[in-house]
Design a protein around this ligand. Structure first.
Ligand SMILES: [Zn+2]
Ligand SMILES: [Zn+2]
Length: 249
């Protein structure tokens, strides 16, 4: 499967790039949008037509992960039926239903349908099997472990989270760990986000093949952030996410 970063900042967009959003594509032709931060639609258009999305999945309802949902739905609502094969397909938006108010907003008549993922049993979606783990964050956030059924390839995406030990087991053996790293090494055991060192330690302990740092901080030197994570991750390669960077798992 192929992962493409669309937006990479935590919190708010800056320096001509948006907040967290990623495109995951299977060779079978399935296109999944993971979180839908600001600028997601603009960046997505450089990769494919937003009408080609098969589904969206959300980690949580903070604005930097859902800011462009409205724009995405307007795009699909207003795109002429019949043009470039567009058939007006209802967009499934998968998310947790533990915030009833936010979950209800995902359904828009004739355009999108909110679907609650089962955080206990997991979810079968197109070519993927997805399991979930509740993270450490001020609002309910689920990390997702996405396995492509045909190849066995594994992407683990944390959404937003502070450090806790279960993250290691959940990330075990992943081809890519896409981790929220909003803090430099000076911060430890925060209630909302990982530090560079914590992400590196998880990657090493879980034996992942690659660690990608995302949900990046607007202040401080990102090369330092990467080096701190790399020192902790030791032999696991560590990269900073950038818009339109692609990884073949
Ligand atoms: Zn966030
Ligand atoms: Zn958040």
């Amino acid at each position: 499967m192929k992962l493409t970063a669309l937006g990479v900042w935590g919190g708010y967009p800056t320096r001509d790039a948006g907040t967290t959003s990623y495109l995951l594509q299977s060779k079978s032709g399935y296109n999944l949008l993971i979180d839908c931060g600001s600028r997601a639609v603009t960046e997505l258009e450089h990769e494919l037509q937003p009408t080609q999305l098969d589904a969206v999945i959300l980690s949580h309802y903070h604005e930097d992960h859902i800011a462009d949902l409205g724009a995405l739905r307007q795009y699909r609502q207003l795109f002429p039926i019949g043009q470039e094969g567009w058939d007006g397909m209802l967009l499934p938006i998968y998310a947790h239903a533990e915030n009833k108010n936010e979950f209800a907003k995902l359904t828009l008549d004739g355009v999108s349908e909110g679907r609650a993922y089962d955080v206990e049993k997991g979810l079968k979606m197109g070519p993927f099997d997805i399991t979930f783990l509740k993270m450490v964050h001020p609002v309910i956030n689920y990390a997702m472990r996405i396995v492509e059924r045909r190849t066995g390839q594994i992407l683990v995406y944390t959404g937003d989270t502070g450090y806790f030990d279960d993250l290691i087991n959940f990330s075990k053996g992943a081809d890519v760990l896409l981790a929220d790293v909003y803090f430099f090494k000076e911060k430890h055991r925060m209630p909302n986000h990982l530090s560079s060192v914590e992400a590196g330690e998880i990657a090493k302990a879980a034996g992942v093949k690659k660690l990608i740092l995302t949900h990046l901080p607007q202040f401080g030197d990102l090369n330092t952030l990467r080096e701190e994570a790399q020192n902790a991750a030791q032999t696991v390669p560590v990269e900073l996410a950038q818009p339109h960077q692609k990884w073949q798992l």
